[in-house]
Design a protein around this ligand. Structure first.
Ligand code: NIG
Ligand code: FE
Length: 408
């Protein structure tokens, strides 16, 4: 059988190997093939190796002229659908107010909820489209998008319907997550809301296939462990995976809950201490770090280096959202993880590819190996390390999804 397309002129092909999440030291095992070739048929990879080892036949060939190729990036954590803006918050924060103070005063996430709940599905899709395109151009071929700015059950469903519309039209592969973001302001209403989430929202999301996972923001000013646990038990009973926003400002037991519940990932971790780091490292849960948040909010960087040193599987995402991380580049997030979280370049690539795929429960991507989807990026330059080095310009020349060039 002839392969459909043989791509040559690959100065370096850099990829992790094997579908499982890479923990600790194995995060630095990035395979780099010099003068490589990539064979593709039917949207999947047939063969990868040194050009000189290729013995097959191809219907067509394409010479990239000497550029580095990496797996398409996986952005495992975004809030790309929102309405309104948070420019007033940004001004207030620059003048000294904290993110938590603004939230407690009814602004922050709550102001985005007001704007988002008031927007139509068409408006939400139109607002999100260029954000997803920016992430795609920066190298992300799979992009997770969360709901969470709806609050009312019908508004959360509308957000997920917007994400489904985006998924149908986008050239990127979109993965939807149901985020249960903030509780009602009145404390007496919290348990009623949790019951509604469990009796109405999660069952409808599962029945209509609107999301593959349920995420809960566990924090002093958000959901507490017992409430999150109730929603996770319901999610699992409906066949949905679970994940958390946890230990962003305070460590209140979210990591321990996530590990206990077999969460796909615990995300943020800026406030995680030694016990939390050890707990994640001893588990199969991926630690997803979000350096854009630390940069934008001026909070401590998540302990990426320590997590890897004690054996955790770390992933990196943009957390693209208007309040804590207006970061429109998945490649940029990896560069920040090197500079702010102490990841080596090899580790950052693994974090943004195979480990990020595992944070979404996906095993067919995030690496360039036979049988995987043919999602990859071609850099502007010959050296794969440029992906995490360049700041403020796009290191990505071409983006390919399912064996077709889609952007860049
Ligand atoms: O990942 N911390 C909670 N949620 C989001 C921020 C959302 C927002 O500020 O609008 C986060 O940081
Ligand atoms: Fe987030």
């Amino acid at each position: 059988m002839k392969t459909e397309l043989l791509i040559t002129g690959i100065s370096q092909l850099a990829t992790a190997e094997g579908a499982s999440a890479k923990h600790g030291r194995s995060m630095s095992e990035l395979k780099v093939v010099q003068d490589a070739a990539l064979a593709i048929s039917g949207g999947s990879i047939d063969w990868v190796g040194a050009r000189s080892d290729w013995t097959g036949e191809a219907v067509a060939t394409l010479d990239l002229g000497g550029a580095a190729v990496l797996p398409g990036l996986i952005d495992p954590h975004t809030h790309a659908v929102w309405a309104g803006d948070r420019l007033a918050d940004f001004e207030a924060r620059v003048a000294g107010a904290t993110y938590e103070q603004i939230l407690l005063a009814g602004g922050g996430i709550r102001s985005t909820v007001r704007a988002t709940a008031a927007a139509s599905i068409e408006e939400l899709v139109a607002l999100a489209r260029p954000r997803v395109e920016a992430l795609l151009r920066s190298g992300a071929t799979t992009i997770e998008v969360k709901s969470g700015y709806g609050f009312a059950i019908s508004a959360e469903i509308a957000m997920l319907d917007s994400i489904a519309t985006l998924a149908a039209e986008s050239q990127a592969r979109i993965i939807a997550t149901l985020l249960i973001h903030l509780p009602p302001v009145e404390s007496g209403e919290r348990s009623r809301y949790v019951e509604q989430v469990c009796a109405e929202l999660i069952p409808e999301v599962a029945r209509r296939g609107l999301a593959s996972a349920v995420d809960v923001f566990v924090e002093r000013e958000a959901w507490h462990v017992a409430e999150a646990e109730q929603m996770f038990v319901c999610a699992k009973n409906h066949g949905l995976a679970v994940k958390l926003h946890s230990d962003q400002f305070h460590s209140i037991g979210g990591v321990e809950l996530g590990v206990r519940m077999g969460a796909l990932s615990v995300d943020h971790l800026e406030a995680a201490g030694a016990a939390q780091i050890e707990a994640i490292a001893a588990s199969a849960t991926v630690a997803t770090i979000l350096p854009g948040v630390s940069l934008h909010l001026g909070i401590p960087a998540a302990p990426g280096r320590r997590l890897i040193d004690v054996g955790a599987a770390v992933a990196v995402g943009t957390d693209l959202n208007p309040g804590s991380s207006p970061l429109y580049s998945s490649a940029g997030a990896l560069g920040l993880a090197v500079r702010m979280n102490g990841l080596r370049a090899q580790e950052a690539i693994v974090a943004g590819t195979v480990n990020a795929a595992c944070a979404l429960g996906l095993s067919d991507r995030g690496r360039l190996e036979a049988g995987c989807v043919a999602d990859f990026v071609v850099l502007q330059t010959k050296d794969w390390r440029e992906l995490v080095y360049v700041m403020g310009a796009n290191p990505v020349r071409e983006v390919w999804v399912g064996g077709r060039r889609v952007g860049g």
